[in-house]
Design a protein around this ligand. Structure first.
Ligand code: AMP
Length: 289
């Protein structure tokens, strides 16, 4: 396994792989890796000749009052985990090379970056789009792997690829959960034991929404969201940011017509967590509709 720290070395490696007709699978991460990340790595390894995993806590996707400085950084542990998975290359760029003095380019991904998580995190998705565009130009992958856990992000990356004609296939992989249903997240490490127990309310609310739609046949989205909100309010440590039911293009749904995605963001104590469930009777991948 090779650890690469400069953009030039990454370019050189990708060009060498391409000249040997080898496919490159790419898994961009911010590190503090858990089994959710590793599931993307395994999928990439199964589908490509070489797998590159990047670790970069991207400053431009954090707001001024967000957790950029305290975001967990565990590079040594991450390297061990990736080595155990048989990853070929880890790309760990440094901030001053990604954003040198005078750096001024930006991407405005448009309205889909201003709703749901974008409403309470202004600029977040423009920062995500820009860093992913940079990483695609640096790694030049054939396929890139993202988790459904960040559903809005997958829609935005698909739009970025389409709008800017990147030559990369986006593969969206299922959300990996803890045994009680909590979606794995690097931010779960912020939770104390009481908060960790309370955090299961996100999954419970999603399952309630699913049951109301699938088992009870309720089509009134307002009613479903209201029932979900009531359940979340029953957990004293939880504060709702949003509960929404949307189409594959993130359009708010009034009358349920499958497939839909139930999405939510909830603060547990000071920690903001997100999760979603895709309700699709055909089990098709909503993200590639
Ligand atoms: P992050 O390091 O949080 O930026 O995440 C890197 C990638 O891992 C993103 O594509 C995430 O959607 C994905 N990911 C994070 N958590 C999970 C999870 N629980 N299951 C599947 N993928 C995940």
């Amino acid at each position: 396994m090779e650890i690469i720290g400069t953009i030039k070395d990454m370019h050189d490696l990708s060009r060498a792989l391409m000249s040997q007709d080898k496919t490159i699978g790419f898994v961009p991460t911010m590190g503090a890796l858990h089994d959710g990340h590793l599931s993307l790595v395994r999928r990439s390894k199964a589908e490509n000749d070489a797998t590159v995993v990047s670790i970069f806590v991207n400053p431009t996707q954090f707001g001024p009052n967000e957790d950029f400085l305290r975001y967990p950084r565990e590079v040594e542990k991450d390297v061990d985990k990736l080595s155990a998975q048989g990853v070929d290359t880890i790309f760990i760029p440094v901030e001053r090379e990604m954003y040198p003095e005078g750096f001024s380019a930006s991407i405005n991904i448009g309205k889909i970056g201003e709703i749901l998580c974008g409403a309470s995190r202004p600029g977040h998705f423009n920062g995500v789009a820009a860093v992913v565009a940079k990483l695609f130009n640096i790694v030049m992958p054939d396929r890139a792997y993202f988790g459904q856990k960040d559903f809005q992000q997958t829609v935005i990356i698909n739009k970025l690829v389409k709008d800017l004609n990147f030559s990369v296939d986006i593969v969206v992989c299922p959300t990996i959960r803890e045994s009680d249903g909590l979606a794995m997240s690097s931010r779960n490490s912020y939770l104390n034991s009481g908060e960790r127990k309370a955090a299961v309310i996100l999954f419970k609310a999603l399952k309630l929404g699913e049951e109301l739609i699938v088992s009870d046949g309720i089509v009134n989205a307002v009613l479903i969201k209201e029932e979900m909100r009531k359940l979340i309010h029953s957990e004293p440590l939880a504060a709702i940011d949003y509960v929404e039911i949307v189409t594959a293009n993130l359009k708010e749904v009034e009358k349920i017509k499958l497939p839909v995605a139930i999405c939510l963001a909830v603060k547990i104590g000071k920690t903001r967590l997100i999760d979603n469930l895709i309700i699709d009777p055909n089990n098709a991948d909503i993200c590639s509709l």
